[in-house]
Design a protein around this ligand. Structure first.
Ligand code: C2E
Ligand code: MG
Ligand code: MG
Length: 716
C-alpha cells in the first residue's frame, strides 16, 4: 500500500508481524491516529523497508519466523535510518525476562499481547512526540558540537556537590585530550596549563568555585607534543537559595589564531617595517614607562636623538633602494654597537638598559636607562660615532655615513617623553650646526658642572699623547739610618688651561672610563726610567714606589706590561715597589692573591697603601706576600696628641712587625710625630716634614746633596 500525495505529510509507521490479522488491526488503529502505514511480514523485509522509507515509528512483533523481533531490533539500530526511530515491541509474553530482552535489543517501549488497541493508538502518538523531541535534541546537539568545533569553543560544567564535571568534545580537543578519555576535572584542566600561568588559572578557578560569579581568564596551555595554545576560560556560577555555589559552567575558547593576529597587528603598529626596530609610537611608550620607573626610584634617563648627516644626498644620487639598504645596515650597526656597550659600561645592571628605535626617515632614537652618571650617555654617543666610522659596502658602493647626535636627560631636560625627544632633537640640530658628526647635550645640561667632567674625560684621553702628565717624587726616609731609601712616584697633570691638576681630581674619572690602564702604564714606565736614570748618574740606589689602581691591577695586561717595562728599562725588579690599597686586597681575594704572587715572583716589592682605612682582617693580611705597610695619614695626623690615634698607630706598627712587614708612616708633618714613630720602631717615614713631592729635577738635586749622608731636612 502506497501513501497518497495528500497523506505525504503524515507520520509513517511500519508494522512488522507475521500474523496478517494483527497487521490489519494495527494498521486500522494507526490510520485512525493519523499515520501512514507500511507493513512487513518478517524481520528481513522490515530492515529493507526501514532503509528505503525511513519510517517514523515501528511496531515490532517478537516472535516471527526467520530473525526474531529482538534480532531485528538490534540490526535496525545499526542502520542510520533506524538509530533513533521509536520501536514498540509487541511481546507475547508478559514476563520480565522478555521485557529486559526487548530493552537490551534497543526497543523504546513494549506492549504485551493481547494488545489493548485503543490504548496503543494513544501510546504510539505519545512515543512519536517524544521521539521528535529527542530528534530535535540530537540535532541541536550535533549542531552545537559543530558550531563549537568551528568556533574552537568548548563548554564545561562542574557540580560542586557531586564534584563531577563535564566537558564538551571540543573542550576536550582544545585541551589536547581525546574526548571522554579522562574525567572532566579541575586537576586534568590544570595539568594542561602553561607552568608560567598556572597561578592565574588556579586563582580564577578558586574564585569561581568559591562563588564569584563571572570569571574570565586568558592563559596559555601546552598540549601533548609541546604545542602551545592561548585559551580564554569563561565561567559563571549558579547558587542555591542560600547563596551557596552549586554549579559552575562556562566556556573555554582556543584564541591562538586571534592572538597571532593580534601579535601581528601589534608588530605592524609598533615596529618599523624596514629595519624591524621599534617605531616612534613604541619608543614613546617605552620612554613613558622608563620615566615612570625613574621618577619612582630617583634615576637618571637619557634620550639620544640622531639623524644621519646628508642622507638625503645618498637617497637622491643612488636611489631609494640603496637608501633603504643603508638604513637597514645602519640600524644593524647601531644595534650591535649598543649591545656591546650594554655589556661594557653598564655591565652591572641586569635590566635591559637600552632601547633603539627608528622614528622615521633617517632619524633614530636611543633610550638609556640605568645610567649612573650622565657622561654614560656621552660614552654611548661616542661609540655610535665610532661605530659608523667604518664605510658601508652596498653592492659596488662604499658609503661613508656620519651622524649628529643630541642628548636630553631626565630630570634636567624634561619629564615627559615628548619633551625629552623634542629637546634631544634640538640638541641634535645644534650638533649639525656645529659641523655634524658630533654629539651635543641639550642646553641645561650643557651648563651643568657635569659637563666639565665630561670635557675633562675627553681631555684626559688626549693627555698622554700630548705629554701633559708628569711624575713628582716624594722621598721616603729610613728612620734607622736617616737616609733617603726610596721615593713614591705621584702623578700630576699639567693641564693647558687649568694648570697643575692633582690626582684626586682625575684618577677617579680615569678609573671610571678605563683610561687608568694606559695612564698607569705610563706612570710605571716613567718611574722606572727615572730610577734607572738616577742610578746611571751614580746616585745611591733607591727604590721607587708606584701606585696601582684597582682597575689597572685587575687588568689582564698588567703582568706582561710590568715585565716588558722592567726589561726595556733594565731596572732591577727589587727597585720597584707596587702600592695597592687595602680595600683592593679585600675584593676578589683569590685573583688579587694570584696577581700579587706573580709580581712577587718577578722580584718586585709590594706595599699596602692607606692602611687602616679599609677593613682588612689580620688573618687575611697574613696570606698576602707583602713587604711593607703604609699607615694612613689620618692616623699619623693627630699623633701623638690624640691618644686614640697614637694607640692605633702603635698597634698597627706592632701588628705589622708581627707579620714581618716594614712600616711606612704617611703624612709626617711634625717632629713630634717623627719622634713618636721612631720610638715605636717604625722603619720609614714620608711627609711634608721630610719633603713635599718634588719634580724630577728637584728630587735629583736632593739626592745629590744628601748622597750617602743621613738626611738633614734643615740642610736642604
Ligand atoms: P697616596 O698614594 O696615599 O699618596 C700620598 C698622598 O699624600 C700624596 O698626594 C702626597 O702628596 C700626600 N702627602 C704626602 N705627605 C703629606 C703630608 O705630610 N701631608 C699631607 N697633607 N699630604 C701629604 P697626591 O700626590 O695628591 O696623591 C693623592 C693620591 O692619588 C695618592 O695617595 C694615590 O692614591 C693617588 N695617586 C697619586 N699618583 C698616582 C698614580 O700615579 N697612580 C695612581 N693609580 N694613583 C696615584
Ligand atoms: Mg701611595
Ligand atoms: Mg697613601
Amino acid at each position: 500500500m502506497h501513501p497518497s500525495e495528500a497523506n505525504a505529510l503524515l507520520p509513517l509507521a511500519l508494522v512488522v508481524d507475521d500474523d496478517a490479522t494483527i497487521r490489519m488491526i494495527a494498521t486500522q488503529t494507526l490510520v485512525q491516529h493519523g499515520f501512514r502505514i507500511l507493513e512487513a511480514a518478517d524481520g528481513e523485509q522490515a530492515l529493507v523497508l526501514i532503509e528505503r522509507d525511513q519510517p517514523d515509528l515501528i511496531l515490532l512483533d517478537v516472535i516471527m519466523p526467520g530473525i526474531d523481533g529482538y534480532e531485528t531490533c538490534r540490526r535496525l539500530r545499526a542502520l542510520p535510518a533506524g538509530r533513533h526511530v521509536p520501536v514498540l515491541m509487541l511481546t507475547g509474553l508478559d514476563d520480565l525476562d522478555s521485557i529486559n530482552h526487548a530493552y537490551e535489543a534497543g526497543a523504546t517501549d513494549f506492549a504485551a499481547k493481547p494488545i489493548n488497541w485503543a490504548v496503543l493508538g494513544h501510546r504510539v502518538r505519545y512515543m512519536l512526540r517524544a521521539a521528535e523531541a529527542f530528534k530535535g535534541l540530537v540535532e541541536s546537539q550535533a549542531l552545537l558540537s559543530s558550531t563549537q568545533r568551528i568556533a574552537r569553543l568548548g563548554s564545561w560544567s562542574w557540580h560542586m556537590v557531586t564534584e563531577r564535571g563535564q566537558w564538551s568534545e571540543e573542550a576536550y580537543r582544545i585541551l589536547g585530550y581525546e574526548p571522554g578519555t579522562v574525567p572532566a576535572s579541575v586537576h586534568n584542566y590544570l595539568a594542561r596549563v602553561h607552568p608560567e600561568e598556572s597561578g592565574q588559572a588556579r586563582e580564577a578557578i578558586r574564585e569561581l568555585l568559591s562563588g564569584k560569579n563571572m570569571v574570565e581568564v586568558t592563559h596559555r596551555i601546552t598540549v601533548p607534543g609541546g604545542e602551545e595554545r592561548h585559551v580564554k576560560l569563561h565561567g559563571e556560577v549558579r547558587c542555591d537559595d542560600h547563596g551557596r555555589p552549586m554549579h559552575a559552567y562556562g566556556t573555554i575558547q582556543d584564541i591562538t589564531a586571534a592572538k597571532e593576529v593580534e601579535e601581528r597587528i601589534r608588530h605592524l603598529a609598533y615596529f618599523d617595517g624596514l629595519t624591524e626596530l621599534p617605531n616612534r609610537h613604541f619608543f614613546i611608550e617605552n620612554v613613558a614607562k622608563a620615566l615612570h620607573h625613574a621618577k619612582r626610584h630617583g634615576r637618571v634617563l637619557g634620550v639620544l636623538s640622531m639623524d644621519l648627516d646628508q642622507f638625503k644626498r645618498i637617497n637622491d644620487t643612488l636611489g631609494h633602494t640603496i637608501g633603504d639598504r643603508l638604513l637597514q645596515a645602519v640600524a644593524g650597526r647601531l644595534r650591535d654597537g649598543i649591545r656591546a656597550q650594554d655589556t661594557l659600561a653598564l655591565a652591572e645592571s641586569d635590566a635591559p638598559p637600552l632601547g633603539l628605535a627608528r622614528l622615521g626617515g633617517d632619524e633614530f632614537c636611543i633610550l638609556l636607562t640605568e645610567i649612573t652618571q650622565f657622561h654614560d650617555t656621552a660614552r654611548v654617543a661616542r661609540r655610535i660615532l665610532e661605530s659608523l666610522a667604518e664605510p658601508f659596502k652596498l653592492d659596488d658602493n662604499e658609503l661613508f655615513v656620519t651622524t649628529s647626535i643630541g642628548i636630553a636627560l631626565f630630570p634636567s631636560d624634561g619629564d615627559t617623553p615628548e619633551a625629552l625627544i623634542k629637546n634631544a632633537d634640538a640638541a641634535m640640530y645644534y650638533a649639525k650646526s656645529q659641523g655634524r658628526n658630533n654629539y651635543q647635550f641639550y642646553g641645561k645640561t650643557m651648563n651643568s658642572r657635569a659637563l666639565e667632567k665630561l670635557a675633562m674625560e675627553s681631555q684626559l684621553r688626549k693627555a698622554i699623547e700630548r705629554s701633559e702628565f708628569e711624575l713628582h717624587f716624594q722621598p721616603k726616609l729610613d728612620l734607622r739610618s736617616g737616609r733617603v731609601s726610596g721615593a713614591e712616584a705621584l702623578i700630576r697633570w699639567r693641564h693647558p688651561e687649568l694648570g697643575m691638576v692633582p690626582p684626586i681630581d682625575f684618577i677617579p674619572l680615569a678609573e671610571e672610563s678605563g683610561l687608568i690602564v694606559p695612564i698607569g702604564e705610563w706612570v710605571l714606565r716613567a718611574a722606572c726610567e727615572q730610577n734607572k736614570l738616577w742610578q746611571a748618574r751614580g746616585l745611591p740606589p733607591i727604590h721607587v714606589a708606584v701606585n696601582v689602581s684597582s682597575p689597572h691591577f685587575r687588568h689582564s695586561g698588567l703582568l706582561p706590561t710590568v715585565a716588558r717595562i722592567l726589561h726595556e728599562t733594565g731596572l732591577p725588579p727589587h727597585c720597584v715597589e707596587v702600592e695597592v690599597t687595602e680595600s683592593m686586597l679585600m675584593d676578589d681575594m683569590e685573583t688579587t692573591l694570584a696577581t700579587l704572587h706573580k709580581l712577587k715572583d718577578m722580584g718586585l716589592r709590594l706595599a699596602i697603601d692607606d692602611f687602616g682605612t679599609g677593613y682588612s682582617s689580620l688573618s687575611y693580611l697574613k696570606r698576602f706576600p707583602l713587604d711593607a705597610l703604609k699607615v694612613d695619614r689620618s692616623f699619623v695626623k693627630d699623633t701623638p696628641a690624640a691618644t686614640d690615634d697614637a694607640a692605633i698607630t702603635s698597634a698597627i706598627i706592632a701588628m705589622a712587625h708581627s707579620l714581618k712587614l716594614e712600616v711606612v708612616a704617611e703624612g709626617v708633618e711634625t717632629t713630634a710625630q717623627l719622634e713618636f714613630l721612631k720610638a715605636r720602631g717604625c722603619e720609614y717615614a714620608q711627609g711634608y716634614l721630610i719633603s713635599r713631592p718634588l719634580a724630577a729635577d728637584d728630587f735629583i738635586a736632593l739626592l745629590t746633596k744628601t748622597g750617602d749622608q743621613p738626611f738633614d731636612r734643615n740642610a736642604r
